[in-house]
Design a protein around this ligand. Structure first.
Ligand code: B12
Ligand code: SF4
Length: 541
């Protein structure tokens, strides 16, 4: 597959006694596609991780399609112009169709492609063209690739790429990488230009405000992997295994300090998304990590995913707030216990959702509450019944999706067995917010209507105004925060790509925006015109 023009220089390394082997120095592109509808706000960790794990000597460049949109012709041109020797593509199921198209374009110009991530781990035959379809990848990395990636690169450098790389020991037993020797991701030097959320036009001006807002990035950091809960729709327990592994506190703290130092140096801001599937899965260890973060002064604003049952612990919630926790993502899924039981998530107790959210809000921590419609016990009106509850909770960011049978999950197997899959290979033709099976107590169209109802009623101008107003007793910064977050989250369902879409949203929410702007100006003006207090005089004078 490799064309001669891409080979720039070669070294000879002895492998077997007496043998001399050609080993190329590779220029590698790691690429993550966008889903074609929305853009992620955060870069993907796998790229930085694999870049850090690449054997010395090779060059690695990163492109995230969310930050640098690219089409098939664009990537083909890029790999030729940049003389790329190997392209690594990672993708979730949702982006796999685009990933395959991009891989095909790369291979068509004679450059090798390795694919990895949750989708191809389950569907390796599809990626390798062994299921009767076209071949998209020269090689597939199954599961966690921390240990296999260096091997893949070295095999590619010797032109000995194999079809499949699996993380197994010499006896064929699956090996889960320990996170104890976690690589140092050089956040202080990596080129992060493509991930700045501050528009270029405002950068210069915003750099001067307070501690500086010239850059704002949300950076993914993992502190551990694995979740034993085994919810029926989730790929995590199958992919990462139910053995939970953690990095050392020290390595996480050092990473935060590095990120903080970088933000300070460039007069910008940084927030961290702890991407662990359940950040508090071992409460004792999470508390110890949070205490170490506080002790080291490594607090940054952070978001993490934590299941509601673990947030009963008051001390944990105190530590979350004290260590910089601002938003917690809670997979509530449903307010109906029968639905939760059906998907093996009976540990979620809807009757305690309100108390959990109140406990967080008391400490100025808010929740991204995720709901799934189209579950087997859902009937028409599920969205309104959910919103009735949501309106009684502290303002947060509700998000709504549809039950989706992802390949390899117990849900997929159950629906397949019952003959209920209407689009068994739904990922080949990705349609956002579209069911791939028939729910039991409503039609597919009705399920779609529920999701639409949820988004339009939670993110209409009136709902946004109500959320902001309900925080009237909070500092202005909090209310601005909620407003910006709500406007951005609205884009998950109502795509807001392009200036026109943004202007439309701003116009719809102008009353709330003007109200906050006026209060900001009044506060600023008040602070400038406040009379300087006269020096205190003692009674004896
Ligand atoms: C963070 C995260 C997000 C972020 C976005 C991703 C980002 N910018 O990081 C947010 C919150 C936006 C998000 C959204 C969604 N997510 Co998400 N997300 C995650 C999460 C929690 C962590 C991802 C991560 O960084 N993991 C750590 C890294 C190290 O692991 P990794 O990515 O798997 O990479 C390793 C291997 O897979 C492999 N690898 C990966 N890529 C490549 C490429 C090559 C070339 C090679 C060799 C190896 C390789 O090597 C890596 C090191 O071992 C995962 C769960 C999880 N624990 O992974 C879910 C997960 C990826 N998300 C999932 C889903 C379903 C979604 C949503 C569709 C949810 C929804 N219903 O809306 C959306 C879709 C977003 C979109 N853009 O369209 C599923 C994907 C399952 C699947 N089969 O596709 C996961 C696995 C969770 C789950 N419940 O099953 N997500
Ligand atoms: S608790 Fe979250 S990560 Fe764990 S299995 Fe359930 S959905 Fe997946």
């Amino acid at each position: 597959m490799l064309s001669d023009c891409t080979v720039r220089y070669r070294t000879q390394t002895p492998s077997l006694p007496g043998a001399r082997e050609i080993r190329e120095i590779l220029k590698i592109l790691l690429y993550n596609p966008d889903n074609g509808v929305t853009r992620n706000f955060m870069p993907h960790l796998w790229m930085f991780l694999l870049q850090s794990l690449t054997p010395a000597g090779h060059e690695v460049v990163l492109i995230d399609g969310n930050a640098q949109p690219m089409d098939e012709a664009g990537i083909a041109r890029y790999v030729l112009e940049q003389k790329i020797d190997l392209v690594g593509i990672g993708a979730m199921t949702r982006m796999i169709a685009k990933a395959y198209r991009m891989a095909d374009a790369v291979r068509a110009v004679g450059v090798r492609v390795v694919m990895g991530g949750p989708h191809v781990t389950e569907m390796a035959d599809e990626a390798l063209g062994r299921d009767g379809g076209a071949r998209h990848a020269d090689a597939v990395a199954l599961g966690e690739a921390d240990d296999t990636w260096p091997r893949i690169v070295e095999d590619a450098a010797r032109s000995q790429l194999k079809d499949i790389y699996a993380p197994v020991d010499p006896f064929g037993q699956e090996l889960k990488p320990s996170l104890k020797q976690y690589p140092v991701i050089p956040w202080d030097t990596i080129d992060l230009k493509q991930f700045n959320l501050v528009p270029k036009s405002a950068k210069h001006w915003l750099q001067k405000i307070g501690e500086g807002w010239g850059t704002f990035r949300i950076i993914p950091v993992e502190s551990g992997r694995g979740c034993p809960y085994g919810c029926e729709f989730c790929t995590v327990t199958g992919f990462f295994g139910d053995s939970i592994r953690f990095r050392s506190n020290e390595s996480v703290v050092n990473e935060l300090l590095l990120l903080k130092a970088r933000a300070r140096k460039e007069r910008g801001q940084i927030a961290v998304f702890f991407i662990d599937d359940n950040f508090a899965i071992n409460i004792k260890r999470t508390k110890s990590l949070l205490r170490d973060i506080i002790a080291a002064g490594a607090q940054v604003n952070w978001v993490a995913q934590i299941s509601a049952n673990l947030l009963r612990d008051q001390e944990l919630v105190d530590l979350i707030a004290a260590s910089g926790g601002k938003w917690v993502f809670i997979g509530m899924e449903s307010i109906d216990p029968a639905n939760l039981k059906d998907v093996n998530k009976g540990f979620n107790k809807p009757e305690e959702y309100a108390a959990v959210l109140q406990r967080l809000a008391l400490r100025n921590v808010y929740a991204i509450t995720s709901f799934i419609f189209g579950m087997d016990n859902d009937t028409v009106g599920a969205a309104e019944r959910t919103l009735e509850q949501v309106r009684t909770w502290p303002p947060g960011l509700p998000i709504f999706g549809l039950l989706t049978p992802l390949p390899g999950t117990p849900l997929y197997k159950r629906l397949d067995f019952a003959g209920r899959l209407t689009r068994p290979k739904h990922w080949q033709e990705f349609i956002p917010f579209a069911m791939a099976h028939t729910p039991l107590k409503m039609s597919i169209d009705e399920a779609h209507a529920e999701v639409k109802y949820g988004w339009s009623h939670a993110y209409g101008a009136a709902a946004i105004a109500q959320a902001v107003d309900s925080l009237d007793d909070q500092p202005l910064g909090y209310r601005v925060n909620i407003l910006i977050a709500r406007l951005c989250f609205r884009g998950i369902y109502f795509p807001m790509l392009g200036r026109f879409a943004w202007w439309k949203v701003i116009s719809e929410n102008r009353h709330t925006i003007f109200k906050l702007a006026r209060q900001g100006l009044e506060a600023w003006w008040g602070s400038r015109t406040k009379p300087v207090p006269a020096p205190a005089t003692s009674a004896g004078d």
